[in-house]
Unconditional design. Structure first.
Length: 560
């Protein structure tokens, strides 16, 4: 199980864009102004519990102090979580229904709860009340990124930057659109000043900074297609394991890959990111070291150190690529490595699990493009920037009138919104967070929750919170779950769970249940479970990473 194996830099940054409203708004109360400044500073330093106490003390003095109410909600998001903050922000809005700051804060809470459409409505409502409400634009930027509306997200990010370029949340979100050398200097400046550490933001930025320093003067490794074919149909090999009854069952699938001149059997994993090799395999294949890196996933042992390496040649089926970056680390299992399906993000990915075939073909061509692009995204670059390997100098396409004039993006690449081709209108629209697809999934008739699409997980998994929604959660001391970050310390099981997603439903006798709070903090939204190989093996799964679309087709015939 390796979901969120290596989160993309920008996805993490936009999810960390919580913001305080700033100093107090009531000039008649200097003591309150001073108290707000102190609470705001505690928040900026990442001292969320202390900030929460400070805002609560201010509200005892003035129960209707909107900046303190807003600050309290955001401190709770950093300290306790979105579910505790929901009641607080609703109570505050009952007294201040026309507050753009509080409505934007409610959008933050809803986003963290995994309620994307509701969050969008709150942010849009805040923008309507006050077009200069910075947090509304930052919130819309992160919502639209999850919708694969990258052009629209960029418009709102740029508006936020024009309103408040020195705001720390805007500063973090803006880092991604800077050219690399400017980005490196900006990250160093940010880390050297007081800042909140939301969702391990500091660790993410520090690791990315070290990677930038090691590659800033290096050439771009584009992993370009060099063969004369643009599609392939290649077999998959079954990966077997033991179930709870010790019966031999399929638990995954492997893809035959050639790294340089070395044949490598890599686990094909929709929850992983990029190409990940064990050190011994990388050394045998002659992968050269580029810079330090790390990998993270399910498990309680934290991130694994490693390095970015360069493979001169990668072959998958009939497709051959040159100049590809891979991640090298010590994997917890003895397997040679993983290949995330986001590697094929410029292709239409068709995983026919009943027939054990992988088909890659060009995505539907956008009407404005002369041809469909094909390359290998071997280090899982951010989707907003990796749509084309060529550099673009065009500006963003706005989806409507804006009160703020928009300049061309400082980054030479152009973010664009998703394109839904006519033949894909019935596909499921999913939420994309870096390398992972979050699929709206109903559990026992519940409202839609967000589940990771993860062929690397042998079983379906529920979060503890989702498990509690459907009944009793029981400890499973004899069960072991291993991911990129080692073993999970606590494993549970839940009562019978019936999962409905796309046009498909599968009943289960029980569900493995894990504490996914670390993943939720890292993503900035509530992940309620995994759709694992247990259910996906019955399906032909088609993936469109460019546009955030998935299609599931059920087959009665499948291999055991």
């Amino acid at each position: 199980m390796s979901a969120l194996l290596r989160p993309t830099f920008v996805a993490a940054l936009l999810l960390f864009s919580l913001q305080l409203i700033g100093p107090g708004e009531d000039p008649k109360a200097p003591a309150i102004d001073s108290g707000l400044a102190t609470a705001d500073q505690l928040y900026r330093e990442g001292k969320f519990a202390e900030a929460e106490a400070s805002y609560e003390a201010l509200l005892k003095t003035d129960a209707k102090l909107v900046p303190a109410e807003t600050g309290l909600v955001r401190a709770m998001l950093g300290f306790l979580g979105a579910f505790e903050a929901f009641e607080v922000v609703n109570a505050a809005l009952a007294a201040h229904s026309n507050s753009a700051a509080l409505l934007a804060a409610k959008g933050d809470v809803q986003f963290r709860r995994g309620e994307m459409s509701e969050a969008e409505k709150s942010y849009l409502g805040a923008e309507k009340i006050d077009p200069k409400e910075v947090r509304a634009h930052l919130g819309l930027a992160q919502v639209y990124r999850s919708f694969s509306l990258y052009g629209r997200a960029y418009v709102h990010l740029q508006i936020a930057h024009q309103i408040a370029p020195d705001d720390f949340a805007v500063e973090v979100a803006w880092l991604n659109v800077l050219p690399q050398k400017q980005r490196l200097a900006a990250i160093e400046s940010y880390l050297n000043n007081p800042h909140p550490d939301i969702g391990e933001q500091t660790k993410t930025l520090t690791a990315y900074l070290e990677s930038l320093k090691g590659t800033i003067d290096s050439p771009i490794h584009a992993c370009r297609l060099v063969s004369n074919v643009e599609q392939t149909d290649t077999p998959l090999e079954a990966l077997h394991g033991r179930n709870e009854s010790q019966d031999r069952v399929r638990v995954g699938m492997n893809l035959s890959t050639k790294i340089n001149n070395q044949n490598v059997l890599l686990q094909l994993d929709t929850g992983a990111s990029g190409i990940v090799l064990n050190r011994r395999v990388a050394e045998k294949a002659g992968v050269s070291r580029l810079s330090a890196a790390y990998a993270r996933g399910i498990g309680d042992q934290g991130a694994r150190s490693g390095y970015r390496g360069l493979a001169e040649h990668v072959q998958i089926g009939d497709l051959e690529f040159q100049d590809c970056v891979v991640l090298v680390t010590d994997l917890p299992s003895r397997g040679p490595g993983l290949i995330g399906t986001d590697v094929f993000g410029s292709y239409l990915v068709d995983i026919d699990l009943p027939k054990m075939r992988l088909r890659l073909s060009p995505l539907p061509k956008r009407p404005e493009d002369p041809t469909a692009a094909t390359w290998l995204n071997s280090e899982a670059e951010d989707p907003a920037n990796a749509e084309q390997p060529e550099r673009s100098t065009a500006g963003p396409r706005s989806t409507g009138q804006s009160a703020f004039p928009l300049a061309p993006p400082p980054s030479p690449r152009l973010p664009r919104d998703r394109y839904i081709a006519p033949e894909m209108v019935n596909w499921t629209q999913v939420f994309r967070f870096g390398n992972i697809f979050l699929v709206p999934t109903s559990v026992n008739g519940s409202k839609p929750l967000l589940f990771v699409l993860d062929t690397g997980s042998p079983n379906n998994v529920l979060s503890v919170r989702a498990g509690q929604l459907i009944g009793q959660v029981r400890s499973e001391d004899r069960m072991q779950v291993t991911g990129m970050s080692g073993n999970a310390k606590q494993v549970y099981s839940s009562d019978k769970a019936s999962l409905r997603f796309g046009h498909f439903e599968q009943p289960n006798n029980y569900a493995i249940t894990l504490d996914l709070s670390a993943m939720n903090r890292q993503n900035g939204t509530e992940v309620s479970g995994f759709l694992g190989f247990q259910v996906l093996q019955l399906l032909e799964v088609k993936l469109d990473y460019r546009d955030g679309l998935v299609d599931f087709e059920y087959s009665h015939k499948h291999t055991k």
